[in-house]
Design a binder for this molecule. Structure first.
Ligand SMILES: *Cc1c(COP(=O)(O)O)cnc(C)c1O
Length: 454
């Protein structure tokens, strides 16, 4: 499998090269040149466990790591999950919940980042190279990325996060990691500032090359690839093609569902659930992609206005017309808005936004009816699914993206008498913290990186 850029400037890249490249040098995102068609294999795959299915699906995208090695990396990555089949499947009345939060940092990002850390380690060792990862996080990516690479001697990781805008527990999950290769950087700004800073640093190709910088944000193709697996897995366990409802900010998770469907897994409509940061919901209603103010909500991992994986979706929506895509993205970068003229017009997606009251009501309702506690991100998805259920045929599957104990304040607001805990999080209390605070300024980021690595 070869990879190309959504903006047309890169072609024929191997998987391993695309893994190490992150953002393409032309500013676009890497995508496979063709999508594998799995429709002929579904029957054979139906009985597979998560790890076995992951080995089958990922091998379709990776032809430059030996199959046996790849299988071992995948098995090792998912051995860190506490659930016997990696992901949990729960039934709440008419809704099936796919729990993706049984990894080391208790959010779905572990599914991709446990694998990514092992892929990096293997590839770097083979090549005798090292890599310095630069990431931006709205909360959960940072700790999951750190958990994926901590302690590795051929990798350093720098994580930018918005000071004061991630939950205390999320911050502790990053800043209490004692390994020397981990550098937590609190930025005086929003998550979008952090993401823009990261992109600007990557945009300085000389600096990027000099410091061997790579990405683990959802701009990295391998993350999307790993996420395709659980949509395939859940779809093969449903009685008929399910609709998936996905709480999203960066469009990463729901984009993986979109690809799983294009590859031929039996998947119905995709329901996009946003919080008050509704740029995606507005796009699917109007065809206009326009940046608004960032709202800070109970679901901070979705407090995002610029959805980086949206570019990959548009690339497919424009029938892989890289020039049209590049023009769209340029217009958006210059003016904060761009339009495709009308709503996307297919019936693949439904989108809605969910406010704070609806999120809290969903947490309460699910607890009352089923004795199950949703985290606030999952609750946004569940509430959206309830709103859109009448427009969906077939089973309804909601993606559970985090363990509720990660967001105790939101849960307490909904359920004052319920105490949700997790031993992993309880163990963070009282541990030593390491972080550096900087201004939202590209030179501050660059000098921190050069200074640390010199
Ligand atoms: C990152 C995250 C999301 C949003 O996922 P995207 O891929 O950015 O759309 C939702 N919920 C939780 C708990 C997250 O950590």
């Amino acid at each position: 499998m070869k990879y190309c850029s959504t903006r047309g400037g890169v072609q024929g890249l191997s998987f391993v090269d695309s893994l190490l490249t992150g953002l393409a040098p032309d500013g676009g995102l890497l995508v496979p040149e063709t999508l594998p068609d799995v429709s002929g294999r579904l029957q054979a795959w139906r009985g597979l466990g998560f790890v076995e299915l992951a080995q089958e699906v990922i091998a379709l995208f990776v032809d430059d790591i030996e199959r046996e090695t790849l299988d071992a990396l995948i098995a090792d990555a998912y051995s860190t999950f506490s659930h016997e089949d990696v992901v949990g499947i729960e039934t709440l009345g008419d809704v099936t919940l796919v729990e993706l939060f049984h990894g080391p940092t208790l959010a779905f990002k572990d599914v991709a980042l446990q694998l990514l850390g092992r892929l990096f380690k293997h590839v770097l060792a083979e090549r005798g190279e090292r890599l310095n990862i630069l990431g931006a996080t709205s909360g959960d990516t940072g700790s999951a990325a750190i958990a994926g690479v901590r302690g590795q001697d051929n990798i350093d990781i720098f994580v930018l996060y918005p000071e004061g805008k991630v939950s205390d527990l999320q911050e502790l999950q990053m800043t209490t990691v004692p390994d020397d290769n981990v550098h937590c950087v609190a930025v005086k700004g929003s998550f979008d500032d952090c993401q823009t800073l990261m992109k600007s640093v990557f945009g300085d190709l000389a600096f990027k090359a000099q410091h061997q910088l790579g990405a683990v944000n959802s701009v990295n193709w391998a993350r999307v690839m790993a996420q395709i697996v659980y949509y395939g897995y859940a779809s093969l366990r449903a009685e008929s093609a399910p609709a998936f409802c996905v709480p999203t900010g960066n469009f990463g998770n729901v984009f993986a569902a979109y690809l799983a469907r294009r590859m031929g897994f039996p998947i119905g409509r995709l329901l996009i659930a946003t919080n008050a940061n509704d740029i995606l919901a507005r796009f699917f209603a109007t065809g206009e992609y326009s940046r608004g103010e960032v709202h800070f909500t109970l679901s901070p991992a979705m407090d995002i206005q610029i959805a980086s994986n949206f570019e990959r979706f548009l690339f497919y929506h424009f029938d892989k017309d890289a020039d049209r895509l590049a023009a769209f993205m340029q217009e958006f970068a210059e003016t904060g808005r761009a339009s495709i003229g009308a709503p996307p017009g297919d019936d693949e997606f439904l989108a809605t936004s969910v406010d704070t009251d609806e999120t809290l009501a969903a947490i309460r309702a699910v607890h009352e009816r089923f004795g199950y506690v949703l985290d606030p991100h999952t609750a946004v998805g569940y509430a959206a699914a309830q709103k859109l259920a009448s427009e969906v045929s077939g089973p309804l599957v909601c993606i559970a993206t985090a363990h509720p104990a990660k967001f105790p304040d939101a849960v307490r607001q909904a359920l004052p008498d319920v105490d949700v805990r997790h031993p992993t999080l309880d163990a963070l209390a009282g541990q030593a913290v390491r972080k550096q605070l900087i201004e939202a300024d590209i030179d501050a980021v660059k000098s921190l990186i050069s200074g640390t690595l010199s």
